[in-house]
Design a protein around this ligand. Sequence first.
Ligand code: PLP
Length: 389
Amino acid sequence: MAYLDHNATSPLRASARAALEATLGECGNASSVHGAGRAARARVEEAREQVAQLAGARPSSVVFTSGGTEANAMALRGAIAGALAEEDRITRLFVSAIEHESVRANAAALAETVPGLKLNTIAVTRDGVVDLASFRLALMQGKGRALVSVMAANNETGVVQDIEAIAQMVRTEGGEGALLHVDAVQAAGRVAFSFAGSGADYATVSAHKLGGPQGAGALLVKDGTPFAPMMAGGGQEMGRRSGTENVAAIAGFGAAAQEAAAFADGMAQIGALRNRFEAELKRIAPEAVVFGENAVRLPNTSNFAIPGLAAETALIALDLEGVAVSSGSACSSGKVKPSHVLIAMGADEALARSGLRISLGWTSREEDVDAAIAALRTLMARRSGLRAA
Ligand code: PLP
């Protein structure tokens, strides 16, 4: 199979599998005082160092979670509740129009339940980049402490945001004590991302997008930033996330993070493969539209539409040829709704319904891209044959 869906999930790396298997064979609660417990704790702390290293963060910033979704929910809810506890409440929540559902849905739920909290959507340009001028204006127009959530790279299009510029704007225009959360799930391990250097207060990473196991992730929380835990319990993770640590998954996450950090150079080759795919695509279908083409993008992602070709039809045809791609984001596959990301970028509904994504990763080879191109060529030939008949 040509697996071209790394943004949905990336295959487990050998080092992550080895760490998982080794840890599953051990017994120990990382909070126990005896030797077995201390061994489990050592696994967790090693992984904390590895994840911190990948994300350019201090190990003390890393809070292990069950994945990106939990970390995103925890960031928004934890910041708002934490600020409230400090009696310096957040009254404005800004979320970009292209965020992952785990940010959008939590932001909407918070706006409905937290008295006095106003939700604002940050617009993006046709290339999927945060519209900095209108964002600045929106920040300046209101009053009160702001919490802003913007992703480092989009899961559907791969478009990368200028987080440092956004952080600067949040500081200067977001009111006293304004805070920034960055969803770095797709960026970590694919492009340089430094939590410490970014100016963000919170950032989210997820293990399975970089070759670790599914169901593990982390929220990075800057020291001294407002944060209240979502769940009461045993007070693990320095009181920030209660619940016995999933030691095996965390160890696998750590190993994958270490390997992904070293893999950054391989991304140049992946970028070349992606570019070759897009060049061939335009030969096969000159009318094809590549979303975010003029923006800085992750080197591994291509989201395109061939007008008139429904994404679901193409996806099934490619699957029959042994090529795994995605339409929209995996989480919204199966829903009939067109992608909110493509709509926010100004695509009309029909074009958005044609959006297909290929996303490469550490397993990707030239043959995978060749297979995708061949399958598309067959599909387009069949289509024009049907039209002619
Ligand atoms: N944020 C982004 C940008 C994602 O792409 C995803 C997964 O698709 C998530 C968050 C959710 O992460 P997880 O699958 O670990 O819950």
